[in-house]
Write a protein that binds this ligand. Structure first.
Ligand SMILES: [Fe+2]
Length: 344
């Protein structure tokens, strides 16, 4: 994270686990967002769609044995759907209606000063809604590196905005394990290296700029990669690290009271957990935007996820601007010297 954040803000992140931007959403925008998501069907939950390719087994360890997915995918999918519908009333990914509005507001308030790296992709957004009968993600975890976005890194930054107050009375706070309290972190960037090592030397999988286009990789090659020793070792590392943190660092997590509309930044690859929502009168509502720093990996961003286009916004922290692209941001057009070094 030292290469992503300017020193002062890196220190804040390192010590507290998050950066308080000091920015709140304007009241009108906050209301617009709540109304927008109120009108999305109650039962919509996009999480199970992430399981179709079977990469979240490690996360499910302890809830479902990983092998169930291979042996009985139909049953496993039903179990996953049940698990997630117990967690959230609504989990809505990739609406993207508010990415530009929220990011523009942050840039107007000079939030680009937090960043050392120049270009950042605003990849997709997530809305999570749950009442007090839904548990949300209260188990300690870090968001697992996966193949659905192909460009998640260990240094992703999440713009995290509670749309309601989270505090001792309401519950619903985000508990974070700051790096100052525990150095253990899953080395997600190794996945990009493994991906390059596996596919960059096969011309059929590359686009016209010589970047890996994940849509061109045939199913067997992908399966071999997933079942290969390096990827399995990474997943094993994820499981062991998560269990270790659950066993020995559970008392080191920090919870903070945040107000409706308050914008904070955190890294979803650090360990975190949601607090149970206690207020029976209204729902917990969280809005997030996933920001991806850009490395010099020769891996092109994916263009669609679950049928929606994404990865379309590019933030330039030098000019303080955000640009919308017709398709996903073309990483081959970003000057090499403006990218972070994957293998440095
Ligand atoms: Fe998470």
């Amino acid at each position: 994270m030292q290469s992503i954040l300017n020193t002062q803000y890196f220190n804040e992140y390192f010590t507290n686990g998050f950066i308080d931007t000091g920015v709140s959403l304007p009241d009108g925008l906050l209301e617009d967002m709540k109304n927008h998501y109120k009108n999305v069907a109650e039962v919509r939950n996009d999480y199970p769609q992430y399981f179709t390719k079977n990469e979240h087994q490690a996360y499910l360890e302890g809830k479902i044995t990983g092998s169930l997915f291979s042996l009985l995918p139909g049953l496993a999918n039903k179990m996953v759907t049940k698990l997630y519908s117990k967690s959230y009333n609504k989990a809505i990914h990739l609406e993207q209606t508010f990415i530009e509005k929220v990011c523009s507001h942050l840039l107007q308030q000079n939030c680009q000063r937090f960043f050392k790296t120049r270009f950042i992709v605003a990849s997709y957004d997530i809305y999570l809604g749950n009442d007090h009968n839904h548990r949300s993600f209260i188990d300690i975890h870090s968001d697992i590196p996966n193949f659905h976005h192909f460009y998640e890194t260990e240094n992703d930054i999440t713009v995290y905005i509670p749309l309601i107050d989270v505090n001792e009375d309401n519950g619903g706070r985000l508990a974070i394990l700051p790096e100052s309290k525990c150095k253990l972190k899953v080395p997600g960037n190794v996945l990009l290296r493994l991906f390059e090592d596996a596919f960059l030397n096969i011309p059929a999988y590359l686009d016209e700029n010589g970047y890996i286009d994940s849509d061109k990789i045939d199913a067997t090659a992908m399966k071999n990669f997933i079942n290969g020793a390096p990827y399995k070792a990474l997943m094993e590392n994820y499981k062991i690290s998560t269990n270790f943190v659950r066993d020995y660092y559970a008392d080191k997590f920090i919870k903070n009271d945040w107000q409706a509309g308050q914008v904070v930044l955190f890294n979803n690859k650090t360990f975190h957990a949601a607090e149970t929502w206690r207020n029976p009168d209204y729902n917990r509502e969280i809005y997030m935007i996933r920001l991806l720093p850009i490395y010099d990996a020769k891996i092109q961003l994916k263009k669609t996820l679950h049928g929606s286009q994404f990865n379309k916004y590019l933030i330039d922290t030098q000019t303080g601007s955000i640009q919308l692209y017709q398709d996903s941001v073309d990483l081959s057009k970003i000057p090499q010297q403006e990218k972070l070094k994957l293998r440095a």
